[in-house]
Design a protein. Structure first.
Length: 161
């Protein structure tokens, strides 16, 4: 799915990165070959998480900043396997970011600084109770109206930390 996405897209998936290892939630990023080649050996990666409580759904967004570029992905606790992603991100010590160009080009792991964030986000989602996918999508559309560019949301999350 990520191989066919446009450059700049980020999604998440569950994967076993090691034979016999635990399931982990990983971020998959579609980028250009030149961008991935230019990352260097130890790229600086910052992850920020945010919760937007809408009237009908709790939106959970993660934004990654890598070499000046911003990538976003939205978590829905009540989608298929949604709770499993939240559990993974509370427990795993590292988060893998896997770059595709469109082939798998490189993987980088960073310390998981979002574990407590995902614990709180899960608590808030459960407290709200289940919502329908159309409620989640409508809430996300409203968030995009408030934050029309990823950099606006990135700055908003920075101000709340």
């Amino acid at each position: 799915m990520i191989a066919g996405a446009q450059i700049g897209a980020m999604i998440y998936s569950r994967a076993k990165l090691d034979a016999g290892g635990d399931w982990q939630t990983v971020f998959l990023i579609r980028e250009s070959r030149d961008f991935v080649r230019g990352l260097g050996k130890a790229p600086v990666i910052e992850l920020r998480g945010g919760v937007i409580e809408d009237a009908r759904a709790v939106l959970v967004v993660v934004i990654a900043q890598i070499a000046g570029e911003l990538y976003e992905t939205w978590f829905n606790y009540y989608q298929a396997n949604g709770a499993a992603h939240f559990q993974d991100l509370q427990r795993q010590a590292q988060i893998a970011l896997v770059f595709f160009t469109p082939q798998r080009a490189r993987a980088v792991a960073v310390r998981n600084g979002l574990a407590d964030f995902f614990k709180d986000a899960a608590r808030r989602a459960v407290a709200r109770g289940a919502w329908a996918m159309q409620d989640f999508d409508a809430a996300k559309d409203r968030a995009y109206s408030e934050f029309p560019e990823v950099r606006n949301l990135w700055a908003h999350l920075a101000a709340r930390q």
